[in-house]
Every structure is written in structure tokens, then in C-alpha cells.
Design a protein around this ligand. Structure first.
Ligand SMILES: [Zn+2]
Length: 369
């Protein structure tokens, strides 16, 4: 039995949104209330003010993907809430970043985030393509409720494309894979600046609805990107590409066999454009996590399989700065980061393996596409 809540939908974008909204009604309502409570507590903002900020993303979503906006409208109808409330959930990261491009808590440090990794071709035991990540976030009560109310969305479009994605309830997508053998993982990046644009949950959903790697990459090129994020993409043909994206630029880094990405820019060209470089911060374990996972994959080169990447998710080397994160007790409680989920996508077999909670304590569950 999966510990994840699995929402399934098919049909037109509006119908899919409506089905997900009805299936996830209470979960989505819980997160809407949590979002209002957060802005009331931390910024003394009313619900109307928060929704007014969220509505500023409407034109960007509508222009970028009318289908995504139709899905949001369908979801609002299914939940019985305002369209702006679903837009608010889908722009949750952007609403925070708009206030503070580094999403720093008051007086605090930046919290490290997810670890993504992939292997293909000669690196793997059976010559397949595997892409995975741990999904990390802050331990504070507001972030925790977002992860407590996460879900898996299994979607079939009118064209027959299927995909499964992990996201917080109400969001259209984060990491996932589709039936055309495309896998997508994501990590936080920070360039120190921000602009209003298409929320990353919408960009991720659009990427997962493409049939080729080239089309998925083109989605990222054409989107007005709000902040910085890393996208690790693979396909069942054995190609891997890591894309570091910032509002005004991006860099594609193709890999023949293995690649790992954490929370600092690797591209020398993009690093010259940073106003803030996580890779240079003494409190960050981003560089250390990347080196650790590269070493793990190089050590097992030629023998990497799904279980190898599940073990990467569970890794405790250099604890508490490990891939499987349990918080650093040296930091204040609200600035500690922990792992909330892990996932490994086998793009050739069409199998997605997800674990809810700490990968070291919980079992992965497999979903077929
Ligand atoms: Zn652990």
C-alpha cells in the first residue's frame, strides 16, 4: 500500500483538473488555509492581499500555456475554491521569492535543498537510463505541512501521453517522468535575483507533457523564468542533460554516463553572473553532497541499477550534511533542512519508484506507466 496519496485523471485539461480537485479537495483546502496563515503570521497580510499577489501570475500562465490555466480552472471547480487560490498554490515558491530572492528567514541563512543524480549507458548494469533525486525542504511547521500534504499525480492527456509527478497538493507538477521515456528532476538554485514569470510548477508540468527531450528543453527556453532552478532531464534513448536556469540565461550540460547536481551553479559562465554564490558559502553542504554522490556513482560505474540510486537517497556520509538529510542540530530549528521524499525513475522500464519521508526509514513504492 502506497503511503502517498495518488490522484489520477484523464481527459481534457479542464476535466483533469476537475478530477484531481475533487479527489484532493480536503488536502488542497488544507494547504490554501496554511498559505493564508503563513502570510498572516509572518507578513500581516490578509487573504485578499495574498490572492491579489497570486493573480499577478495569471497572465504569464495564460500566455505560456492556456491548457495549464484550464487545468487550474478545472481544479478550482473540483475543489470548490477560487481560481486565484489554485494559482497561489502553484506559485508558492515564486510568491516567497518575490519578497526575498534568496528566501531567507529573518536573520537566517539560506537552507540547502535537493540532490539530483542520473546514470545512463555504460555506467548502468543494463545500459538503461536512471534519473532520481531526494526532495529536501526546511523543517519549520509551514514547510512541513506542505510536505505532509504532498501527492502523486498520474495523468493521461487526450493525446494518450501519460505521466506521473510528485508535487504538493494543488500543484500541477514538480519532478516526474512520462510514457515517452522523459524523466525530470529539479533542484533549488539561487542567482540572487527574481522577476515575475511562469511559476516553475507550471513549467515542470509543460515539460512532462512533451514527447521528446528537445521539446522539453524548448519549454524551458520559451518560458519567462521567474528565478533560478536546476533541471536534470533524461530520456529512454540514453541521453542526459543538466540545465542550470536563471531568469535571463541558462546553460545546458550534456552528460554521457553520469551526472549529479545539488544547489550551487556549476557552469563557470553562469557563475560569473551570480549576485550570490551558494557554492562559496561556508554553511553550505552543496559542493560536498555533489562530490559524495559523484564518488558513489563512479565507484559503482558499470554496475549502477535502481537499488544503487535508492541507496544514494539513503546515504548518511558526512552527516548531518548528508544526502539523506535529517536537519543540522547546530542550526535553529526553523533553518534546518530535511529530506521529505526520494524518487528514482527507470526511463526504459517505465517505472517510477517513490518513497515518502526519509528514504533511510521508509520503503520505496513502484508505479508503472
Ligand atoms: Zn536518513
Amino acid at each position: 500500500m502506497s503511503p502517498f496519496f495518488l490522484a489520477k485523471a484523464s481527459g481534457s485539461p479542464y476535466e483533469r483538473g476537475n478530477q484531481i480537485g475533487r479527489q484532493s479537495r480536503q488536502r488542497i483546502r488544507t494547504l490554501i488555509e496554511a498559505e493564508f496563515a503563513y502570510y498572516q503570521t509572518h507578513h500581516a497580510e490578509t487573504a485578499d492581499q495574498v490572492l491579489g499577489n497570486a493573480r499577478q501570475y495569471d497572465p504569464f500562465i495564460q500566455e505560456f500555456s492556456p491548457k495549464a490555466f484550464a487545468e487550474i480552472e478545472g481544479m478550482a471547480a473540483g475543489v470548490g475554491c477560487q481560481v486565484a487560490e489554485i494559482v497561489m498554490l502553484n506559485s508558492v515558491f515564486e510568491l516567497m521569492a518575490a519578497r526575498n530572492p534568496l528566501v531567507l528567514p529573518p536573520g537566517g541563512i539560506l537552507t540547502d535543498g535537493c540532490t539530483a543524480f542520473a546514470a545512463t549507458a555504460a555506467a548502468t548494469k543494463e545500459g538503461v537510463t536512471l534519473v532520481g533525486q531526494n526532495l529536501d525542504g526546511r523543517c519549520d511547521p509551514w514547510h512541513k505541512i506542505y510536505h505532509d500534504f504532498d501527492y502523486l499525480r498520474q495523468i493521461e492527456t487526450e493525446e494518450g501521453l501519460q505521466y506521473i509527478t510528485y508535487a504538493h497538493s494543488g500543484l500541477l507538477a514538480l519532478a516526474g517522468m512520462n510514457s515517452y521515456g522523459i524523466g525530470l528532476c529539479m533542484n533549488n538554485l539561487h542567482a540572487g535575483r527574481y522577476q515575475k514569470g511562469v511559476p516553475y510548477a507550471i513549467i515542470a508540468k509543460e515539460m512532462l507533457e512533451q514527447t521528446t527531450l528537445e521539446e522539453a528543453i524548448a519549454v524551458l527556453h520559451r518560458a519567462r523564468r521567474p528565478g533560478s532552478l536546476n533541471f536534470l532531464l533524461g530520456d529512454s534513448a540514453g541521453r542526459l542533460v543538466d540545465i542550470e536556469a536563471m531568469p535571463e540565461d541558462l546553460e545546458l550540460m550534456w552528460a554521457d554516463t553520469i551526472t549529479v547536481h545539488t544547489n550551487h551553479f556549476v557552469s563557470g559562465r553562469l557563475r560569473e553572473k551570480l549576485e550570490f554564490d551558494v557554492g562559496l558559502q561556508p554553511w553550505s553542504n552543496s559542493c560536498q553532497r555533489r562530490e559524495r554522490v559523484l564518488t558513489m556513482l563512479q565507484t559503482q560505474f558499470g554496475q549502477i541499477e535502481v537499488d544503487t540510486l535508492k541507496n544514494v537517497c539513503r546515504d548518511h556520509a558526512a552527516y548531518p550534511g548528508s544526502v539523506c538529510a535529517h536537519g543540522n542540530p547546530a542550526l535553529p530549528a526553523d533553518q534546518q533542512a530535511r529530506t521529505f521524499a526520494g524518487m528514482v525513475f527507470d526511463l526504459v522500464a517505465g517505472k517510477a519508484h517513490f518513497v515518502k519521508g526519509w528514504p533511510c526509514e521508509n520503503e520505496f513504492v513502484t508505479y508503472d506507466l
